[in-house]
Each structure stands twice: as structure tokens, then as C-alpha cells.
Design a protein around this ligand. Sequence first.
Ligand code: MGD
Ligand code: MGD
Ligand code: SF4
Ligand code: MO
Length: 824
Amino acid sequence: MSLADVKPREGTQGPSRRSFLKWSAVAGTATALAASPAVFSGKPGVGEANRAFAVEGVEDAETFWSACTVNCGSRCPLKLQVKEGQIIRVLPEDTGDNEIGTQQIRACVRGRSIRHRIYNPDRLKTPLKRKEGTKRGDGEWEEISWEQALDEIADKMKELLSEYGNESIYLNYGTGTLGGTVARSWPPAQTPFARLMNLLGGYLNHYSDYSTAQITSAYPFHYGGWVATNSLDDAKNSKLQVMFGNNPLETRMSGGGELFVTQKTRKDHDVRTIVIDPRYSDTAIGLADEWIALRPGTDAALIAGITHVLISENLHDQAFLDKYTIGFDEDHMPEGAPKNASYRSYIEGKGEDGIEKTPEWASEITGVPASVIRRLAREMGTMKPVAISQGWGPQRHANGENQARAVFTLAAILGQIGIPGGGTGGREASYGLPMVYPFNSTENPVKTSISVYSWTDAVERGAEMTATRDGVRGKDKLDVPIKMIWQYAGNALTNQHGDINRTAELLRDDSKCELIVVSDIQMTVSARYADYVLPDLSTAEQEDVIQEGSSGDMGYTILASKAIEPLFDCKSIYWVCSELARRFGVEDQFTEGRTQEEWCEHTIESSRKEIPELPSYDQLKQMGIWKKKGESVIPLADFREDPVANALETPSGKIEIYSSQLADMAKTWEFPEGMAGDKLTALPEHVDTWEGAVEARTNKDYPLQCIGHHYKGRTHSSYGNVDWLRDDAHPQIAWINTLDAMKRGIKNDDVVIIRNDRGRIRIKARVTSRIAPGVVSVPQGAWYNPDKSGLDVGGSVNTLTSWHPSPLAKGNAQHTILVQVEKA
Ligand SMILES: Nc1nc2c(c(=O)[nH]1)N[C@H]1C(S)=C(S)[C@@H](COP(=O)(O)OP(=O)(O)OC[C@H]3O[C@@H](n4cnc5c(=O)[nH]c(N)nc54)[C@H](O)[C@@H]3O)O[C@H]1N2
Ligand SMILES: Nc1nc2c(c(=O)[nH]1)N[C@H]1C(S)=C(S)[C@@H](COP(=O)(O)OP(=O)(O)OC[C@H]3O[C@@H](n4cnc5c(=O)[nH]c(N)nc54)[C@H](O)[C@@H]3O)O[C@H]1N2
Ligand code: SF4
Ligand SMILES: [Mo]
């Protein structure tokens, strides 16, 4: 098998001549898109959004099934209407109805504007090399051939491999195409480049992710492993559902997300719903009967206050706690635990701190009135079944591990785990198809890994990093720093990581990390810091099986066809990695003799062995999407049924509210001096942290807590350069409470500066009572854009966030920071 055989079929190599010509005439100007297919009937100046519906000439357009593969937690098919080689209109899928389990998977505002992402003026056109004599970030590029780019990258890789070994090569986090199979960017171990590196001896891995670092690390100690909560359609069996920082209406959009499932369930079954969130989110508006505004990072304190009421009024489920958990009270402690170390002792003030966790105590910390805490506790204790769930906002904090465990603990105290209408306190499960993905399943021979958030440390001081201080796994310490970063479909090299100014400074020094390769479809912030930029194909330009479609009790798969020819000189990631493999003499092992289309076919046919009713590859090509109504998911139902036969993988086999493992680790793990909250605790107790809610009240320079909610206008930074979304539908704007704004003379829509010691951003202010006093929120994912003075006029919250990791996960505490806001 030679490489010629694995290249895409003849005629698919270059851009179609016609689209290239139309394109090159306007590329680089902001009006590229509006000027491109001259088929819109709207006149200039007419709202662009209207034009999408007023398209001429669609009668003889050809329709292709494609998909939106970004990381929003949903997964949407798109029908692309193509004429003369160009996408002229994007339609949602329409094969279902309006019932849960068979619903239409109508794409959200982002997917519907995908044309503006595919045909964006920022679209990369040809391989780029950083100009000799310039620094990363200077933005000076030389256009080079694929031959030169891949030769030079392979040569440098060979040099680094022989000098520093495989652990010097790092695959950075990237979720831009996590919906793909061949073009899959996450998890790193399932990506084409990992497949290549595994043939070359492996690479330095990372554990956990930017989404769930803290909760993921907390899970093994509490539940013995990852446990989701009941699928959200199951709330039909609940009397009450309580969501801690869960926001399905914004973070699980579309008919393929939980937006539809939660709303429909709420409407049909009238389940009372409470949302606990510093922001009056769309979920609080559209779903909830009540919004409880608390200060960020204080859920564990709120839950302690609630538990105080539950215990005092005997509303806790003692029988459940006795049978299924350890650590709740002194009679159910693991061997060797000290006296008064139980959760009950902590609540009653008999623990080490001697403080009784009354609703008044909790109110001081959380900002939630004590009377509300009492009423909440009574409601939860009496309205059963009660479904307790959390989003991942509460855990993306400096005390996020304990925040997550506290919500799990509340579910146990109420005895609601493993039953219909109840929940485990985790985030929702959904029914998924047991698809099989042979392309993504190879093994990394290297077993060393670092936390997802500590790669900047590993560039800066890799060989100093240890297991007990920095969370290195698989080894006591790292031997070498990171010398090469491969960044495929990700913007975490800068924009999505913390403290962008500091990260950019680190990357500018190419004596540290010697080779940075970015594969993207846009000239992103991260691409600016690369040595080589490789222009990739969008999903519309290639065929792929789309993974992970599910919501509620429905699972589905999508076969995305190639709708248009590759634009410009863009090449598929499969071709790129195959070509690199050839330069290392492993192309046959890499491709196993298959083209990308043949891998898609192999995926479907392999999956049909698990799912006999799954249509064939050829049928799916016509159908685009196949859905299956499954069942509601009730995690830990088997454990509830028989906790001995179905014991958990914790040391006790039970739910561990007190973890002896964490108690032991607390004795050996080392933390830097002077950072409040850097500690491990055996109980899910509230911890005051650096730049947390309590410090905010005494910090004169930076008195406001700042979070960065996930935003409707973007999926992280993806779609961030789409004019319709950025300029019209969802502009970047910071939320600030009316009281805080008044104190600062800030009016709605004023331009403000938000700053701390790490950086400054310029952004418009939304003055609103939809956010708790003392809190601001800057929607995360905006594109960092520093002016000459270093002021980020793009308004990226990561200009303000910190590298400092959370204690157990070494994870991204990106919702924990303090800032000051002033009128610009
Ligand atoms: N402050 C703060 N920061 C955060 C978060 C937060 O809450 N607050 N959230 C974190 C979370 S949960 C996550 S998951 C991360 C997400 O961080 P990332 O995974 O970096 O997500 P994106 O910013 O969407 O970057 C995806 C990139 O993929 C590119 N891309 C899209 N399609 C293609 C394609 O077909 N091919 C190629 N090659 N590239 C493509 C896009 O252009 C974009 O540059 O951000 C984290 N950062
Ligand atoms: N539209 C859109 N959807 C997305 C994404 C996107 O970028 N845009 N990103 C996707 C990805 S990769 C992920 S990981 C998920 C992320 O999903 P989440 O992590 O759940 O999203 P966040 O917006 O960070 O947080 C959810 C809510 O928690 C609140 N919150 C913040 N801190 C606290 C706290 O301490 N306590 C409580 N109770 N609430 C708090 C926020 O105000 C927010 O409303 O979303 C996915 N969906
Ligand atoms: S961003 Fe998410 S919800 Fe929106 S179209 Fe894409 S996959 Fe669907
Ligand atoms: Mo995420």
C-alpha cells in the first residue's frame, strides 16, 4: 500500500477552481462572506440574519448531510445546500417530531451560521512558517509548501525524540472537532496524531480536561469512579429538581441537547425546579420556579447550612446513610479515622474548626439569606423524590473538588441516589449508542501524565515537577520539560488557558519549548504562537462519522458527507498525519491500508455488530442521521438494589463522605506557601481560597469575584469570529450587578476596564440584577486582542485568570479570580 492509495480520491486535492477564484478576490476583507456567493437577495444594510432565509436559487441546489462538531456538549446534523461548489444555505434536520426520544435535532444559532465560519476571512489557506528572526506572536509568516512544512516538522521531531525522548512531546488539549472520528481532536489519545505518536513510542499524556478537572479528580474518592446523575427526562418522576450551577438552556443547546429535554419535561410534568447560580441564567429564566443567587465557590458552605437544618429537623435519610455510605456520623467511620472527623461532627461544630455550620454561618459566606436556606432545606427534605444535579461551573474553582463532593453528599443525605426521580448530584447522564471506533483505539506506550492544566509549568520547569507537589502521575517526577507542542483543533495554547499574558510570554521564548505546530481552520490566537500553522479542512470538506450524539433517552449517529471541495490549499488531518507517518516509515501501520472514507465505512460496519439495527454505511450516507429512543438512565440503581454485590470501587465499597485516602494524602502532599485554600480535606467541607468569596470582602484592590460563563454566541472561542453572532446576536459583554455599577458610576452599555495584577480587558458592561452583588461575569472564549499598551480589547476573561491550580486535581480554577471594574 503506498501513500498514493490513501490520499483522498483524485480530484479532491485542491480547492475547486471556481470557489478558489471567487474567494481569493475577497479573502482577507471583512466583507468576504457577504460578498462571496452573490445569491443573497437582501440589500446591503439589511439585517444579515434575514438574508439567511431569503436565498435565491436554492431550487437547484444539492443538499448534503453534514454536522457541527464543536465541543458544546450537543451534536447537531446540518443540511448544507450547495450550489456551484459553495454552501449557500444551512438547514436544520427535520426527521423527527417534538416528543422526547424522537425529537428533531434543530441546530442552535451557531450551527445555523456555520457558513460564516467555513468562509471566514480568518480562514487559513496555506501552510505557514514563522519568519526567521521573529518571535512567536509577532505575526510574521512565510507561506510554504506542504512538502517543506512536513519535512521540517518531521526532522525537528526526530531531533527532539533522540535528544529528549518521547516524554518531551506533548499533545495539547483541543476540542474543536471532538465530534469527529477520523478528524477527532479529543480526547488526545483518540486523535490521529496520537495514533501516529503511539507508533513512534508514545508521548507525554495529560489526565482530566478543562471541563471537569476538579469533579473528575474528586469522583474516585467519593464514588470510586465517574457517576453521572439521572438523565434529565427522568425528572418526570421528581417532585423537585435542584440544579447547582447547571445551565442546560445555554450549555446544552439544540434539540440534540438537554435544552429541549428539560423544557419539555418541565412543561409536561410541572416539576418544581430551583436553580442555584450566581447568575440568573437562561435556565433559571426558562426552567426554574426559583433562582437562588449565591457567591461563586460557596456551594459547599450552602450545603453545610442546608445539612444543619436537615439534621436538626430530622429530615435526613439516616437509613440510606447507614446502609450505603461511610463518614456521615461517628458510628460509621472507616478504621483509623480520628474522633469527631465525621461530616455530622463538622456540621455540629465538634470538628477541628469548632464552628457550627448554622444557616447564619452559611449565609455570611454564600450571601444567601438564612431564612432561604431553612426553607430550601425543608423543601428538599420533604418533596421527594428530589433530583439533585450540578453543572461544571461550581467545580471550575480553586475549591472545586470539595464543591463537587458537597453536592454528591447532599444527594446522599436526602437518600435520593439510584432511584427514579432522584439523582446522584452529578451532571446528567443520557442514553448513548454503543458505537465502536476502531480508528481511535491505539495504546500510548508512555504511561507518564500531567494534569491538563499544568502543561505551562511543564514547559517552564518540567524536570522539577513531582507527583506529590505537581500531580505528576505514572512516575515520581518528570525527567524532561515539554519540548514540542502539537495543538490540533484547540485554542488552549493561549486563549482557553489561564493568564494569557503570562502564557504568551512563556511561548515567545523558543529555547524552552522548541517546536509548536498548530493545525486549525482559522488564524486563531493560538496559531499566532506557533512555529508552523497547518490549514485543516472543516467538517463540510470531508467525510466523517460524527460521535457522541445523545440527550435524555435518545442516542443517535450522524454520517457527515463531503459537501464541498477543500478550500484553498487546505488538507485533511488524516492526510497530514499519514504524510508525517511516511516520513517516519510507519505509514502502512498508520493507515492500515484504508482511506478516510474506508475508515468511516469500517466504523459503521464494526458498530453494526454491537447495534444490529444500525443502518449500513450506504444507507446512512443517504439518511445522514439515525436516531434510537432508548431508556432513561438511573445511575447506581444496581448499587441501591444490592450494595454488596454491586459494591463501589472505593476502599469501603460504599459512598465515602469521609475519605481515608484523602486524609492520608493530606499528610504527604506539598503546597506552595501563602495560597489560602491549598489543602486536601477528607470531608467535602467548605474551604476559603485565594481570590475567593471571603477574600473579596477584604481585598481593597480587587473586591469583585469574576466568573466566565459559557456563552451562547460561541463554543469557547469557536464561532467567535462569526460576524452575525459577534456583532449582532451575542456580543461580548460583561455582567455587573446594579449596586456595584452604581458605586462606580457605570451605566448600562458603558465601556469598562476590568483588571487585576495579571491583565486588563476592555469590554462593554451589562448592568443588571441578573447577577449576584459582588460578582461579575465575562463570557469565556472571546478572542484575546492586546493593543500596544497590553490592554486586551478583545475582552477575553483568560487575560485575568490564573495558572494557579486547584489542590487535588491540579485543575483550572478559571471561575476563581478577583478583579476591579472601572469606567473606561
Ligand atoms: N476562563 C475560562 N476558560 C475556559 C473555560 C471557562 O469556563 N473559563 N472553559 C474551559 C473548557 S470547559 C474547555 S472545554 C476549553 C475549550 O478550549 P478549546 O478546546 O481550545 O476550544 P475552542 O476555543 O473552541 O478551540 C477549538 C479550536 O478548534 C478549531 N477548529 C474548529 N473546527 C476545526 C477543524 O475542523 N479542524 C481544525 N484543525 N480545527 C478546528 C477552532 O477554530 C478553534 O481554534 O476552554 C476552557 N477554558
Ligand atoms: N453555548 C455554549 N455551550 C457550551 C459551551 C460553550 O462554550 N458555549 N461549552 C461546552 C463545554 S466544553 C462545557 S465543559 C460545558 C460547560 O458547562 P458548565 O461548566 O456547566 O458551564 P459554566 O458556564 O462554566 O457554568 C455553568 C453555570 O455555573 C455558574 N457558576 C459558576 N460558578 C459557580 C459556583 O461556584 N456555584 C454555582 N452554583 N454556580 C456557579 C455559572 O454562572 C453558569 O451559569 O458547556 C458546554 N456547552
Ligand atoms: S454549537 Fe452545539 S448546539 Fe449549536 S449547532 Fe453546533 S453542535 Fe448544535
Ligand atoms: Mo469543556
